[in-house]
Ligand binder design. Structure first.
Ligand SMILES: N[C@@H](CCC(=O)N[C@@H](CS)C(=O)NCC(=O)O)C(=O)O
Length: 224
């Protein structure tokens, strides 16, 4: 299996899930902007939207969209039950509800805060994200979204919260989310994925970003 990715991007979520499940995956970095692959190929031929992640199976079949990929991965092995409850259960639908919330209410507006093209709207977008985090902080079961068990949705939430310092969001505002973040960051599979993507802890030892993170921050017009 190959996972097309950018270090630290939303593709880190299926990467974490692979490591949680002990699935072997080759991570293939896609060059930002040009969509070039390390072998000189064109990523747009694999995913025409240019977005990562995309998962390529050994037979060449391709699956796109992070929330679908993590569910596919969890369904592919018996141990996936730990990350995604049984078909037909309310518990499974709750995890799917979280995936939908994270993808539409957090991931997308947060990504806009990285993009200088949206700079005039950054303050209201940051306000929207903050209101969603307010709500989430009151709703999180602890230590993870649904309590004790780490799910595919927790992997996704961890990745989005990891972007906070680069987009002017201070996670300390939400103690339960910060506790979630620390709990997820402490998992061996999460650490292994971060290391494999070359992501480094900040001096406070909680946020992990590519060394190019400061550039994103400047490009997004975010002030320290
Ligand atoms: N709907 C897609 C969105 C993925 C997405 O936003 N990917 C970003 C990284 S987090 C990306 O590839 N951006 C690079 C680009 O737009 O070229 C999914 O959920 O998988």
């Amino acid at each position: 299996m190959k996972l097309y990715m950018h270090p630290g991007a939303c593709s880190l979520s299926p990467h974490i899930v692979c490591r949680e499940l002990g699935l072997e995956v080759e991570t293939v970095p896609v060059e930002r902007g040009t969509y070039r692959l390390p072998d000189g190929g064109d990523y747009l031929g694999i995913n025409g939207t240019g977005y990562v992640p995309a998962l390529m199976l050994d037979d060449g079949a391709v699956l796109t969209e992070g929330p679908a990929i993590v569910q596919f991965l969890a369904a592919s092995v018996a141990s996936g039950r730990n990350l995604l409850p049984a078909v037909g259960s309310l518990e499974r639908s709750r995890v799917q509800s979280w995936l939908n919330f994270i993808t539409s209410e957090l991931h997308k507006p947060m990504v806009m805060l990285f993009n200088a093209a949206y700079a005039p709207a950054h303050d209201p977008i940051r306000g929207l994200v903050s209101r969603r985090l307010d709500w989430l902080n009151g709703r999180i079961g602890g230590p993870y979204l649904e309590g004790e068990g780490f799910s595919v949705a927790d992997a996704y939430l961890f990745v989005c919260l990891n972007w906070s310092p680069w987009i002017g969001i201070d996670l300390k505002t939400w103690p339960r989310l910060e506790a979630f973040f620390r709990a997820a960051a402490g998992r061996p599979a999460v650490q292994a994925a971060l290391q494999a993507e070359g992501l480094h802890a900040s001096p406070e030892n909680i946020f992990f970003a590519p060394r190019a993170g400061e550039d994103h921050r400047a490009a997004a017009g975010v002030r320290p």
